[in-house]
Ligand binder design. Structure first.
Ligand code: GLN
Length: 499
């Protein structure tokens, strides 16, 4: 029998990236295809009067927000079960199977089984998403300076999947020759490819992601695992009810955060070593800041989508382009191009010992965010009398926001893996994504606040409403960035030797 790789053999790789990173890159790419494909068709499908759920635009938007919030909130639960019972590998495989099943259920009859299928997608993503990122972190020795670059590359994979998934699923769903079933079918097929890729390559991960219960007898371990699987299946009706009725989303969001916080405190203070506790608190501060970041950033799916639809000209440089498509794709494209480049810049800086530390990178992320929203605000000075403004400036803002995202999001994944002790790494990664759930949730509220309630408002009035809002966001982002940089010595103290 082939001998299993040891952790050291994996971590002592030569070159910039370990080979296992490429496998995880591919698996996550396919999963994100499935996820963003589903996300791309969600609102249009729910609002489709003929073949969809025939919801009003407002209800479709509310439900969209609820589903997004749930998806990210379940990563917290998925992370905990991976730490305590399943290990990352089994969690990921279970999550993938549940996601595939969810999509196939919708394929059978989108109008009848949509909510059931989406419920499974929520549970599946919860088990999958945080745990694959945690495994990326395990590929590196503690102080390895190549880790951030690795997460940068991984992040490109995320965005390749997001871009392809959004394009293919929306195309299939909206096409007269295909329709919604095909959109969900393509997501299921691609997720299956992802699962097969993982099954074929998981051996190369050696002990990474193995069960935390290897010290128990196989029988005992299997019983616990079955209990987790069964518990997930039993929770289906509950989640089903919560997404069908959006009022429950609010209650859910009011509850899960405080519960997660209490659990975090409990686990942190259970920890005997002060050094470990301090690192966990530092991780928590990053998580809190990231909520603000996502609340602003996620305007892209809400107010910026409406702004793009209503208030923009159709010329981009020398071409004619749909502002909707620019709004949906430019960020992913910029990430795909610039994430590996920025990763290599970090590596080059690390070699010269001038790489900024994570807190500063985070702070800079907010400064880019502020500059981007200031640029969105600035579009108002290019508006004509009808309230239409420049798609070029709008795209430039997306270019800028991408650098904000790249300074914060892959770096955030990386820092979670640096600051968490092994026994809590799934939970902490889950918390990182739980912050995204709150970001999504707050993004909806912020966006609603910026939109004019008068449906007959002129485009010029709408433009003013949105751009005023973007200026406010720019100011808050600037304050957050400065605050982060000012308190950076304190956070670095908590982080100790971690950079
Ligand atoms: N776009 C990234 C992803 O899909 C980040 C998502 C998030 O944390 N909100 O993984």
């Amino acid at each position: 029998m082939e001998k299993q790789l040891t952790l050291d053999e994996i971590r002592n790789f030569k070159g910039n990236y370990p080979k296992q990173l490429w496998f995880l890159f591919l698996v996550e790419m396919w999963e994100r295809f499935c996820f963003y494909g589903m996300r791309g068709v969600l609102t249009i499908f729910m609002a489709d009067k003929l073949l969809g759920l025939s919801l009003s635009d407002k209800d479709a938007n509310l439900k969209y927000g609820a589903i997004q919030a749930f998806v990210y909130a379940f990563t917290f639960i998925g992370g905990i079960f991976a730490d305590k019972v399943l290990g990352f590998k089994k969690s990921l495989m279970f999550g993938a199977v549940v996601m595939i099943t969810g999509n196939l259920i919708i394929v059978a009859s989108p109008q009848n089984f949509f909510y059931l299928g989406i419920t499974l997608s929520i549970i599946g993503t919860g088990f999958f998403k945080p745990n694959i990122s945690s495994m990326v972190g395990e590929l590196y020795h503690e102080g390895d300076a190549r880790r951030d670059a690795g997460f940068g590359l991984f992040y490109s994979g995320i965005n390749i999947g997001a871009l392809l998934g959004g394009a293919v699923c929306v195309y299939l769903g909206e096409s007269k020759d295909f329709g919604w079933s095909y959109a969900f079918l393509s997501a299921a097929i691609v997720m299956t490819i992802g699962l097969i890729t993982f099954l074929l390559t998981k051996k190369s991960l050696g002990p990474i992601g193995d069960s935390p219960l290897l010290h128990l007898s196989t029988g005992k371990r299997t019983t616990k695992e079955i209990m987790v699987y069964a518990g997930s299946i039993i929770s289906i009706p509950l989640i089903f009810i919560m997404i069908k009725n959006t009022d429950y989303t609010d209650y859910f969001m009011y509850t899960i955060g405080p519960l997660a916080f209490v659990y975090f405190i409990f686990e942190t203070f259970k920890e005997k070593e002060a050094r470990v506790r301090k690192k966990l608190i530092a991780a928590f501060i990053f998580i809190l800041f990231s909520i603000i970041f996502w609340a602003f950033f996620e305007q892209s799916g809400g107010s910026l989508a409406l702004f793009a639809k209503n208030n923009l000209h159709h010329n981009l440089l020398f071409f004619n382009a749909s502002p909707n498509i620019v709004n949906n794709t430019s960020n992913s494209l910029f990430v795909i191009i610039f994430s590996p480049i920025l990763g290599l810049v970090w590596l080059a800086m690390a070699k010269r010992k001038i790489e900024p530390n994570t807190v500063i990178k985070f702070g800079v992320g907010f400064l880019f965010l502020a500059l981007a929203f200031f640029t969105f605000y600035y579009t108002r000075f290019f508006a004509d009398a009808e309230g239409l403004t420049s798609l070029n400036i709008f795209t430039l803002a997306y270019f800028v926001i991408t650098f904000g995202e790249l300074s914060l999001s892959p770096i955030g994944l990386s820092i979670m893996t640096k600051l968490s002790p092994k026994r809590l790494s799934g939970m902490m990664m889950g918390m990182w994504f739980l912050a995204s759930a709150y970001g999504q949730y707050a993004a909806g509220l912020l966006g609603a606040d910026m939109s004019s309630s008068d449906t007959n408002a002129s485009l010029l009035v709408k433009l003013q409403g949105y751009t005023d809002g973007y200026k406010q966001l720019a100011i808050y982002a600037l304050i957050a960035g400065i605050a982060m940089i000012v308190i950076s010595p304190l956070i670095r103290k908590l982080m100790q030797e971690v950079k």
